[in-house]
Structures are given as structure tokens and as C-alpha cells.
Design a protein around this ligand. Structure first.
Ligand code: ZN
Length: 249
């Protein structure tokens, strides 16, 4: 497993360096690389047999099989298309690629970003980027939806910067580390700007306001007319103002 991760890291680093746009035919290049991998594995198996060496990996011959051409000289590979993983003939790769490039241009993003968009929507979370709860070992996450590649980039940017705690852990995180989920700062800001806001006007959910009240950052006052509840007026406490001032540095 350790070696596998190292290998993944190496592949990521090399992929970063590779300028794929400089390669005129991706189909040709893929066939060339498949052939060269096939030749290397065959040479390894031949040598191992003669040297009386048992190769550890029993999957090598199976891997080799996937590198070979079929009876018609064809190879089939999987690629992402229209948000799904589909099988295509390697010889159709350049046509598929030209269509993808045209779509990328239409959306105003690079081909690689458009490819990532296709991979994301075909993946586990579909058209959402998820932000995991920052509590170690918690598996709850918040989803940010996107509808096109540009919105995906924005969602990814938010997901990589935003600190978020689920409702099970935000109280503990605040009491122990003074950490507050990033999405609550704009709420505090709005309340600070116009004290006495109603819950709706804070832009927060009722549950968020209850949390802010429970950790002492806001007070919630009932406004009644006779016995009728008119609304809740929400005001920042001194602690709430301090937390907000600190965040604005
Ligand atoms: Zn959590």
C-alpha cells in the first residue's frame, strides 16, 4: 500500500509536467505507450523464466493482456464523456478529444479543467464538491453544488479554503479551540451591522442562530404583542463582537 501511494505521487508529479497539448495524436501516442509497456513486460517475463525467478506479481500476465490489441488490431479504453465513464476504441480518441476541446472553449476553461469537470460529475459526489467536517475522524460533510465548469472552480476554491464543522462538533470546536465555521462570520457581520435583525435577515438557519446563542455570541430576544410572538430580534454580545473583530484582524 505504501509503495502504491508513492507511485501515485510520482504519477501526479509527472502528469503535472506533461504538456499533453504538444502531442498531435493522442490515439497514436497511447498505442505507442501500450506497445512499449507490452514489450517491457514480455522481456521481463522471458528473462524471469530463464533466470528461474518467480515474479511476485501474479497479475502481470493479466496486465499484459489488457495492453494487447484484439483480433482486429483494436484496443478499447475507458474515458469520461458527458459525465459518465464510457468505453471507446483508442482510434476514436482524437475525435472524442476534439469534441471535448470545443466544449471546454465554449465554457471558457482549459481542456484539463473540463476533463476534471467530467470526472467529478461521473464520480461519487456528482455535481457537488464536499467540505468535510474539520473534526478528526468525522465523516459528515457539507456539499457545495455546481452546474458548470466555472462554478466547479469556485466550489473547489471554497472547499479548499473553508473551515467547517458539522452540528455535532461545532460547539466542541468553539469551546476548546475558539474555532468557528467560516460560513457563520458573514452572519455575525450582518448582525453587527444592524443589531436587532430577525433570523431571516441574518441569512442563517434557525439552528445556526441557536448554536451562536448557546456559545454566547448572540442574544435572541422575543418581541411580543400581548401574547402573540411577533419575531426574534438578534443582537451580538460583547464576545460575539470580539470574535468578529478578531476575524477581521
Ligand atoms: Zn463533525
Amino acid at each position: 500500500m505504501h509503495y502504491y501511494l508513492e507511485l501515485q505521487k510520482l504519477i501526479n508529479e509527472e502528469a503535472e509536467k506533461l504538456d499533453i497539448s504538444a502531442i498531435p495524436s493522442k490515439a497514436e501516442e497511447l498505442h505507442r505507450l501500450f506497445d512499449s509497456a507490452r514489450d517491457s513486460i514480455v522481456a521481463l517475463l522471458v528473462f524471469a523464466r530463464k533466470a528461474g525467478v518467480m515474479l511476485e506479481d501474479q497479475y502481470l500476465p493479466i496486465t499484459l493482456n489488457s495492453l494487447l490489441r484484439d483480433g482486429d488490431g483494436k484496443r478499447t479504453i475507458n474515458t469520461w464523456w458527458n459525465g459518465r465513464l464510457v468505453s471507446i476504441d483508442v482510434d476514436k480518441l482524437d475525435t472524442a478529444n476534439a469534441s471535448r476541446l470545443a466544449l471546454a472553449e465554449q465554457h471558457g476553461v482549459s481542456e484539463q479543467i473540463f476533463l476534471r469537470y467530467e470526472q467529478r460529475i461521473a464520480g461519487q459526489y456528482g455535481t457537488y464538491v464536499h467540505i468535510p467536517c474539520n473534526h478528526r475522524g468525522c465523516s459528515i460533510s457539507k456539499n457545495i453544488g455546481f452546474r458548470n465548469p466555472i462554478e466547479m472552480l469556485e466550489a473547489e476554491r471554497r472547499a479548499s479554503n473553508e473551515l467547517w464543522y458539522c452540528h455535532h462538533h461545532r460547539e466542541e470546536a468553539f469551546l476548546q479551540e475558539g474555532a468557528l465555521p467560516d460560513d457563520l462570520f458573514p452572519v455575525l457581520e450582518r448582525i453587527s451591522y444592524s443589531p436587532g435583525l430577525t433570523q431571516k435577515n441574518t441569512g442563517a438557519k434557525r439552528d445556526d442562530i441557536q448554536f451562536l446563542e448557546s456559545v454566547g455570541l448572540v442574544t435572541v430576544e422575543k418581541v411580543t404583542h400581548g401574547t402573540r410572538l411577533l419575531c426574534y430580534q438578534i443582537t451580538l454580545t460583547d464576545d460575539g463582537q470580539r470574535v468578529l473583530d478578531r476575524s477581521m484582524g
